[in-house]
Design a protein around this ligand. Structure first.
Ligand SMILES: C[S@@+](CC[C@H](N)C(=O)[O-])C[C@H]1O[C@@H](n2cnc3c(N)ncnc32)[C@H](O)[C@@H]1O
Length: 178
């Protein structure tokens, strides 16, 4: 998809995506974070905005083309590190006080998603934030619905639910690490 169109979901220009990013940043309530992790960062539009809130942002995406574009977008942010790889493989080392899990959960089979979430939660510091947001529509490349992804996250031990918001086309939930 990225080879045919540099921004296939129009993350940099679509009003829906801008509104979704504003909602995500608003949900973080202006808190400053030490170390964020954003898997599935795509072309880095949200990554660039997270750079202002976080001491360090580690972001990754399975598409090297998207990673290249994200690196270009964030080249003036020395605190942003973007790598190419699959979330199914080991997660970057260290501990995080913020994980942004947006529009990526529906690409995995349920058992794989549960394993990924357990590994992610194990790397979140106590009282760190896990924020998820997913589109509520359906797409042929989605294995799970956005609602199912959030149900599975809610089932993972070690997280305390703190906020939930549902809009016409996406939902957002956040949890605090116990
Ligand atoms: C719909 S985009 C979401 C982008 C961004 N998270 C957002 O909310 O705007 C999904 C991204 O997940 C990436 N992706 C899909 N499977 C992945 C995997 N196994 N590991 C890492 N990234 C993956 C895709 O390449 C794509 O860039």
């Amino acid at each position: 998809m990225y080879r045919n169109n540099a921004d296939p979901w129009e993350f940099a220009s679509s009003p829906y995506e801008q509104r979704r990013y504003e909602t995500i940043l608003h949900a973080l309530k202006g808190r400053k974070y030490r170390h964020a992790f954003e898997p599935g960062c795509s072309v880095g539009v949200l990554t660039h905005q997270l750079a202002a809130l976080c001491g360090r942002v580690d972001a990754m995406d399975i598409s090297p083309t998207a990673v290249n574009l994200a690196q270009i977008r964030c080249h003036e942010c020395p605190n942003v590190y973007i790598t190419s790889g699959s979330l199914v493989h080991p997660i970057p080392g260290g501990s995080f006080d913020l994980v942004i899990f947006c529009e990526i959960g529906y690409y995995f089979e349920e058992p794989t998603l549960r394993d990924i979430l357990q590994a992610l939660v194990a790397q979140i510091e106590p009282e760190g934030t896990f924020l998820a947001s997913h589109w509520l529509g359906s797409s042929p490349d989605h294995v799970l619905s956005g609602d199912r992804v959030h149900e599975i996250i809610a089932d993972v031990s070690g997280l305390h639910h703190i906020q939930s918001a549902r809009y016409a086309d996406f939902r957002l939930d956040s949890w605090s690490r116990e």
